[in-house]
Unconditional design. Structure first.
Length: 146
């Protein structure tokens, strides 16, 4: 197909970067946040009391839940952990069954579930950048694995 050169578009960086953020953040009613905090408390209890996870660390970026399983074979000591990062929604609550199944399918490996407050639709004063999130998770993993 022939495209005349005078119809070609010129794209500059200023046209690719919007003048205002694409996603606008806004607060929701207080009842919404009370519900999301109740869901977070339920998932914390389910993970720690019901599934054997422990809250290993809480930072301004995330909460890290770790399940160390009984290692029966020497080769299991060198296996890397399974790391689960949840998506937008109610944090780890919808995934407690999945995490339980994941741990059962890989009995010799530690499982690390990371909960991000800002992605869990919970009230927070800090929304970390992508770099802060990656650095925070990497620092925690380094402290656990070495």
């Amino acid at each position: 197909m022939y495209v005349p050169t005078d119809l070609c578009l010129s794209i500059s960086v200023s046209t690719l970067i919007p003048a205002r953020p694409v996603a606008q953040a806004s607060y929701r009613p207080l009842l919404f946040y009370l519900i999301t905090e109740a869901v977070a408390a339920w998932s914390h209890a389910k993970l720690t009391r019901g599934q054997g996870y422990r809250l290993a660390a809480t930072t301004d970026v995330a909460a890290f839940y770790v399940k160390r399983q009984n290692l029966t074979r020497p080769e299991e000591h060198s296996l890397p952990p399974l790391v689960f990062l949840h998506g937008i929604g109610l944090g780890l609550a919808p995934y407690t069954g999945f995490l339980d199944g994941l741990a059962k399918q890989h009995p010799g490996r530690p499982v690390i579930a990371v909960q991000f407050k800002h992605v869990s639709m919970r009230l927070t004063t800090k929304i970390p950048s992508v770099v802060e999130i990656a650095d925070g998770v990497a620092a925690f993993l380094k402290s656990q694995v070495g």
